[in-house]
Design a protein around this ligand. Structure first.
Ligand code: ZN
Length: 222
C-alpha cells in the first residue's frame, strides 16, 4: 500500500504520522502526514478513561505489576505441581476487573473509547488480562462465560508474546501471566497471584454490568 502525505501531497512516504489541524470553527481534523510536515501540526494525544476518575495520559497510567522473579514450569502435570505452593501466592486483596478506555483527546465526549478489561489492583497496578474476556464486546455477549479455572487441568491461553494460566480451588482463583518481555516462552511466568473466589466472580459480574451500560451509551450516542 502506498502512503501519501495529506498535507504536502508527497507520494510513497515511508511512514505517515497522525496529527491534528485546527479548522476555522475550532474543530479538529485528523490528518496523516510525512515526517517533514509533522512539526507544523498538533500531535494526536491519547487519553485513558475509567469510571469515576478524570481522563489521564499514558505517563499517568499505573505500572504493570510483576512478582520480581521468574517462574518456569510446564503446567501439563496440573496446578498442584506449581513450583510455588498455592498458599505462597500473593493474595490481591484489592483485586478489581477494571474497564479502561483509550481515546484520542480531540474525540473525547464525541466518540466511544475503546475499552479493555484488565485484571487490576489499585495498590499495585495492571496484573494481566484474559483473552476472550478482554474487550467490551466480549463482556456484552449474551453467552459470555469466564474460562474454566480447573485445578487438575489448568486453563492456559496464548496470545502474541503473552500467555495466562488459571486454576481454582475452594477458596481462591490462582492466576499466572507471562511473556511481557517480548520473548514467547510459554512456560515462563513473571506475574502470579491469587484472588479470593467470591471477590473474583463478584468483580467480573460488576464489570459485565458496567460493560452493558457503556455499550448502551454507545447506542444512544450513535
Ligand atoms: Zn508532507
Amino acid at each position: 500500500m502506498s502512503l501519501d502525505c495529506e498535507a504536502c501531497g508527497k507520494q510513497h512516504i515511508p511512514a505517515r504520522y497522525p496529527v491534528l489541524r485546527v479548522l476555522p470553527d475550532g474543530q479538529y481534523e485528523e490528518l496523516g502526514v510525512c515526517a517533514e510536515c509533522k512539526p507544523q501540526f498538533q500531535p494526536v494525544e491519547t487519553l485513558f478513561v475509567r469510571e469515576s476518575a478524570p481522563p489521564y495520559t499514558q505517563d499517568q497510567r499505573p505500572p504493570f505489576w510483576e512478582n520480581g522473579a521468574s517462574l518456569r514450569w510446564h503446567e501439563d502435570q496440573g496446578f498442584a505441581t506449581s513450583p510455588v505452593a498455592p498458599r505462597d501466592y500473593p493474595l490481591i486483596e484489592d483485586f478489581e476487573v477494571l474497564l479502561e478506555g483509550v481515546i484520542s483527546k480531540h474525540r473525547l465526549g464525541k466518540a466511544m473509547p475503546y475499552y479493555m478489561a484488565w485484571l487490576f489492583s489499585p495498590s499495585r497496578g495492571y496484573l494481566t488480562y484474559i483473552l476472550g474476556a478482554d474487550e467490551l464486546e466480549d463482556l456484552c455477549r449474551p453467552d459470555f462465560t469466564l474460562p474454566p479455572a480447573d485445578f487438575a487441568h489448568p486453563y492456559h491461553d496464548i496470545d502474541q508474546n503473552w500467555h495466562v494460566l488459571l486454576a481454582e480451588d475452594d477458596e481462591y482463583v490462582y492466576i499466572l501471566a507471562g511473556g511481557r518481555d517480548g520473548k514467547p516462552l510459554f512456560d515462563m511466568y513473571h506475574t502470579w497471584f491469587k484472588v479470593e473466589k467470591n471477590r473474583y466472580y463478584q468483580q467480573w459480574e460488576q464489570a459485565v454490568h458496567q460493560a452493558h451500560s457503556l455499550a448502551a451509551g454507545l447506542t444512544e450516542e450513535a
